[in-house]
Design a protein around this ligand. Structure first.
Ligand code: ZN
Ligand code: ZN
Length: 190
């Protein structure tokens, strides 16, 4: 992991024993969040309770991210606000060495820090990676684009014959049939 601290860092000495309310914000690139699946618009915001007990800090918070994606079928632009909850326990690293030796597998939501500054950037990144849709759709049954003319099939049918078939009769039949609800489910491959 990088030695650089993210904007989601907080010094232990700035937290009182007990409950503290804090708001932190940073950019997607500052926590190495890949933007292949969507573009983050504006800051990533963490708001929550930082509950300190000596060197242990429990964070109960909520993230807020505005995300722009494209429907994978019709390429329509989608904007959504994701607000996943996040819960992190921060412990001083030294406490781990003295305690159990049950392997090095990091527990989920558990962050070890140097006893001075806790950095939630990694946990925020993991939380957002789980939350960002990997296969965004503008609606559950988006019909996508016509591969011939590029018409958005959600807005209506084009005059192109259905893919894989040719001839005016097939096209005419599909036009007639599309006016009635189909009962036999989806047709074709894909
Ligand atoms: Zn769509
Ligand atoms: Zn078409």
């Amino acid at each position: 992991m990088s030695e650089e601290r993210t904007p989601f860092s907080i010094a232990l000495e700035t937290l009182n024993e007990g409950m503290n309310l804090r708001r932190l914000e940073g950019r997607a690139d500052e926590i190495d969040l890949p933007e292949d699946d969507g573009e983050v618009l504006g800051p990533i915001v963490l708001e929550g309770r930082f509950i300190r007990s000596h060197t242990n800090v429990e964070v109960q918070g909520r993230l807020a991210v505005r995300l722009r994606q494209r429907c994978v079928r019709c390429l329509a632009e989608l904007e959504a606000v994701l607000e996943p909850e996040i819960r992190v326990y921060c412990k001083r690293r030294r406490d781990r060495e003295g305690a159990t030796a049950e392997g090095d597998a990091p527990e989920e939501g558990l962050v070890y820090y140097d006893g001075r500054v806790l950095d939630l950037g990694g946990e925020i990144r993991e939380t957002l990676l789980l939350e960002i849709p990997g296969h965004p759709l503008c609606r559950p049954h988006c019909k996508g684009l016509c591969p011939r003319c590029g018409n958005d099939r959600n807005l209506g049918d084009c005059a192109c014959p259905p893919q894989g078939t040719a001839g005016p009769w097939e096209a005419l039949r599909s036009i007639l049939e599309d006016d009635r609800p189909r009962q036999d489910g989806e047709r074709g491959e894909g």
